[in-house]
Design a protein around this ligand. Structure first.
Ligand code: FES
Length: 116
């Protein structure tokens, strides 16, 4: 079964852009792992909502397009992330979809591994 592919761009704190593609339903964490993207420390807990290293900052428009509001567990983790913004989410909870094709997310300057 061939799922559609969508593109996503990660923007480093210094403005460098990392473009990648993923299949429908892949999380941003899946994309980082599957393409072995060089993002320091990203996704340390492998999507189990215990680290907050997958913190990304969305544009307000994209943030509004996400189908789900953050769960309580996600919000608890976001509270531990450095540089939290009103449009912050955890990348392991964002799934690629047609509505989000071309999504561009900002990587925060510092990450916090809440497990340490
Ligand atoms: Fe750890 Fe998302 S990868 S909370």
């Amino acid at each position: 079964l061939n799922k559609p592919e969508y593109s996503v761009t990660f923007v480093r704190p210094d403005g460098e852009k990392i473009k990648a593609k993923g299949k429908e339903g892949d999380t941003l964490l899946d994309v980082v792992v599957n393409h072995d993207l060089d993002i320091d420390g990203y996704g340390a807990c492998e999507g189990t909502l215990t680290c907050s290293t997958c913190h990304v900052i969305l544009k307000p428009d994209d943030f509004a397009k996400l189908p789900d509001k953050p769960s309580e567990e996600e919000n608890d983790m976001l509270d531990l992330a450095y540089g939290l913004t009103d449009t912050s989410r955890l990348g392991c909870q964002i799934q690629l979809s047609k509505q989000l094709d071309g999504l561009e997310v900002q990587l925060p300057a510092t990450i916090n591994d809440a497990r340490s």
